[in-house]
Design a protein around this ligand. Structure first.
Ligand SMILES: [Zn+2]
Length: 244
C-alpha cells in the first residue's frame, strides 16, 4: 500500500501581480503563453509565460500552478495572467502568442467564445482594456516557447516520492512495455505501458498498475522513471488542443 499524499494546493483565485521585471518593459514585446495539463483533462494545470524582444531574446519567464482545469480554460487563465503581468510591468503594444486559435479569435472579436472559456471573458476583457493597444495571435504548439516552462509547476506539484523516480530500476520488455521496480518492495515490480503511438503497436498508450495512476490519475513515479530513462516526458502531459 502506498502512503496517502497531500491534496494538490488550491488554485489561487487572484493571481499575484508581481511584475516581469524592468528588462521586460518597453515596446513591441512578444509574450508566449502556454498551458499544460498533467495526464488527464480536466487535470492539474500549469501555465508558462515567456517574454522576448523583437529579436527573440528572452527578457522574462514565469510559471504558475493553476489548479484543476480543462486545457482551454487553463490557456485562458494563463493569458489573463500574462496580460495582468504585462500591464503591471510597463509593456507597450505587446503581442500575445497562444497555441489555441479559438481563444485568439474570441479575443479579437472574430470568433465565438468557447463554452468553457466564457466564464473568463469578463476578466480577460477587463485586462485587455487596462492594457491598451496589444494583439493576441495564434501560433503552433511546436513554436510555443512557453510550453516547457508550463511543465515546471506540474512536476513540482507531483508527490515528493514521484520525483524520486530516477532511482528506480527499469527493465525494457520491448514494444513499449516496461517493468519498474517497486520502491516500497524492491523485490516486486510494476508493469508499465509507455508506447509511442504508431510505432509500438495498438492498445493502451500510457498505463501503470499502481494506485497513483489507477485511482488518482496522475503521472506516477513508475511512468516518470520510464520517461526519464527512455525520453518522452512531454507525453505524460496534455499540452495540445484536442490531445487526450
Ligand atoms: Zn505507477
Amino acid at each position: 500500500m502506498e502512503t496517502q499524499t497531500a491534496p494538490p494546493p488550491e488554485p489561487s483565485q487572484e493571481f499575484p501581480v508581481r511584475g516581469f521585471g524592468q528588462r521586460a518593459a518597453g515596446q513591441g514585446r512578444r509574450v508566449y503563453v502556454a498551458a499544460v495539463l498533467a495526464l488527464t483533462e480536466p487535470g492539474p494545470a500549469g501555465a508558462g509565460i515567456v517574454v522576448t524582444d523583437e529579436r527573440g531574446r528572452v527578457l522574462a519567464q514565469r510559471s504558475s500552478y493553476l489548479g484543476q482545469a480543462r486545457r482551454d480554460e487553463a490557456t485562458a487563465q494563463a493569458l489573463l495572467l500574462a496580460m495582468r503581468l504585462s500591464h503591471a510591468s510597463g509593456l507597450e503594444s505587446p503581442t500575445f502568442l497562444v497555441d489555441d486559435p479559438r481563444l485568439s479569435q474570441a479575443m479579437g472579436g472574430t470568433g465565438e467564445w468557447p463554452q468553457h472559456v466564457a466564464g473568463w471573458r469578463p476578466a480577460l476583457e477587463q485586462a485587455s482594456q487596462q492594457l491598451g493597444r496589444h494583439a493576441v495571435e495564434a501560433i503552433s504548439t511546436g513554436a510555443n516557447q512557453a510550453r516547457s516552462l508550463a511543465l515546471a509547476p506540474l512536476v513540482e506539484w507531483l508527490p515528493e516520492r514521484t520525483r524520486r523516480a530516477g532511482e528506480l530500476a527499469v527493465r525494457d520488455l520491448g514494444g513499449g512495455e516496461y517493468e519498474v521496480q517497486s520502491e516500497s518492495h524492491p523485490d516486486q515490480s510494476y508493469h508499465v505501458t509507455f508506447r509511442v503511438p504508431g510505432q509500438d503497436g495498438d492498445g493502451e498508450v500510457i498505463a501503470c498498475e499502481c494506485a497513483d495512476f489507477l485511482y488518482r490519475g496522475i503521472p506516477c513515479k513508475h511512468l516518470l522513471a520510464v520517461a526519464r530513462r527512455h525520453g518522452g516526458m512531454e507525453r505524460l502531459f496534455v499540452g495540445r488542443a484536442g490531445a487526450q
